[in-house]
Design a protein around this ligand. Structure first.
Ligand code: GDP
Ligand code: MG
Length: 255
């Protein structure tokens, strides 16, 4: 059975997590595992995750970190665990249903032919929440599909996408220790390195719905920081070529 591991970072997702876990385990993917990386959420998400893990023995793991340490480092921690556990496909997504689990079987299936499959808001057929005002939409489109893409010369249209399926060897080749970003710009850094290393990306259209429960941890400060850090990422990785893929590992360097 193919090991497909979904990694979800959580911070105050107590109301979303049980329904999300249920929705994931209800998919017709018997090899699906779930790793939650919780940063000591004050609302008790970590304890809820432990209870769910006890209800799904062998299929769900919880990593507890001591405090809020950022989305990027949460993903790296989760990815490393997934690789160490032998995952062949690693799915990353939010806990809040902005990324609908029903896309996962298609993403995994397409990942047989691509190195990474991205749930994209900006390819034909992709859609943002209908409740967004036109200016919010315009700003998001400009930031993702224009600003970041132009600076980095990315092919992917959704440069900050957070819903992806990685092939095991893609994450190993990227070499997770190469990633510096801790915040939301993590998504951009991963996309950029992946393209520079010559990995093939497929974007499939998704409908991105705003969270209905809980609060977004994204604010204007984070957006501005991300916009500025795009330049840093462009500079840092400017010389990467497919020859710079990390060598595929011995068991030890995987852990
Ligand atoms: N572990 C961890 N999870 C985080 C952190 N910041 C955000 N998250 C989680 O990352 C996902 C995306 O965050 P969200 O607030 O939905 O961002 P938005 O979709 O951009 O509004 C959610 O599952 C959050 O609970 C963090 O510092 N640590
Ligand atoms: Mg969200």
């Amino acid at each position: 059975m193919t090991n497909i591991t979904v990694v979800i970072p959580t911070y105050n997702e107590a109301e979303n997590l049980p329904t999300m876990a249920e929705a994931l385990f209800a998919l017709s993917l018997p090899g699906l595992h779930l790793i939650i990386v919780d940063d000591a959420s004050p609302d008790g998400t970590g304890q809820i995750a432990d209870r769910l893990a006890a209800e799904h023995p062998g299929r769900m793991e919880v990593i507890h970190r001591e405090g809020k340490r950022g989305l990027g480092s949460a993903y790296i921690t989760g990815f490393k665990r997934a690789l160490a556990d032998g995952a062949e496909y690693i799915v990353q997504m939010d806990a809040d249903f902005s990324h609908s689990p029903h896309y996962i079987p298609e993403m995994v299936a397409q990942c047989a032919d691509y190195d990474v499959v991205v749930g994209s808001r900006y390819v034909k057929g992709g859609k943002l929440d209908e409740r967004w005002s036109w200016w919010r939409y315009a700003l998001s489109w400009w930031g993702n599909a224009i600003y970041t893409r132009l600076i980095l010369r990315l092919h992917s249209k959704d440069s900050t996408a957070g819903f992806k399926c990685w092939r095991r060897n893609t994450l190993l080749g990227i070499g997770l220790d190469r990633i510096h970003s801790n915040g939301y710009i993590f998504q951009v850094e991963m996309a950029y390195i992946s393209e520079r290393l010559g990995y093939r990306t497929l974007e499939i259209p998704i409908y991105f719905e705003d969270r209905r429960i809980g609060q977004s941890k994204m604010d204007n400060r984070i957006k501005i920081e991300a916009a500025l850090r795009t330049w840093q990422i462009a500079w840092r990785h400017r010389r990467l070529t497919p020859r710079d893929r990390a060598t595929l590992p011995t068991q030890q360097s995987e852990a």
